[in-house]
Design a protein around this ligand. Structure first.
Ligand SMILES: Cc1cc2nc3c(=O)[nH]c(=O)nc-3n(C[C@H](O)[C@H](O)[C@H](O)COP(=O)(O)OP(=O)(O)OC[C@H]3O[C@@H](n4cnc5c(N)ncnc54)[C@H](O)[C@@H]3O)c2cc1C
Length: 46
């Protein structure tokens, strides 16, 4: 489980793509990665 930015319930652990969505597409996995990268950057700066 992950929120809309890929953050899981474990602090500092992000997830995206098929592991979160179930079987989906490359473009959705790439979008998840892009959103999660921004969220990771914010997380590490806070
Ligand atoms: C047969 C098939 C055809 C497909 N065709 C298309 C298509 O034409 N177009 C399209 O958009 N999508 C297609 N898809 C879907 C697409 O492949 C997936 O949606 C996409 O690859 C998901 O990306 P992901 O990064 O979430 O997962 P994955 O690409 O599955 O990447 C997960 C990675 O994690 C690694 N891993 C797993 N466990 C561990 C561990 N414990 N430690 C370290 N690494 C680990 C795996 O080895 C893998 O490299 C297809 C899927 C399948 C099965």
């Amino acid at each position: 489980m992950a929120d809309e930015n890929g953050m899981t319930s474990l602090p500092g652990v992000f997830a995206g793509g098929d592991i979160v969505r179930g079987a989906a597409t490359v473009i959705l996995a790439m979008g998840d990665g892009k959103r999660a990268a921004k969220a990771m950057d914010q997380y590490l700066r806070s």
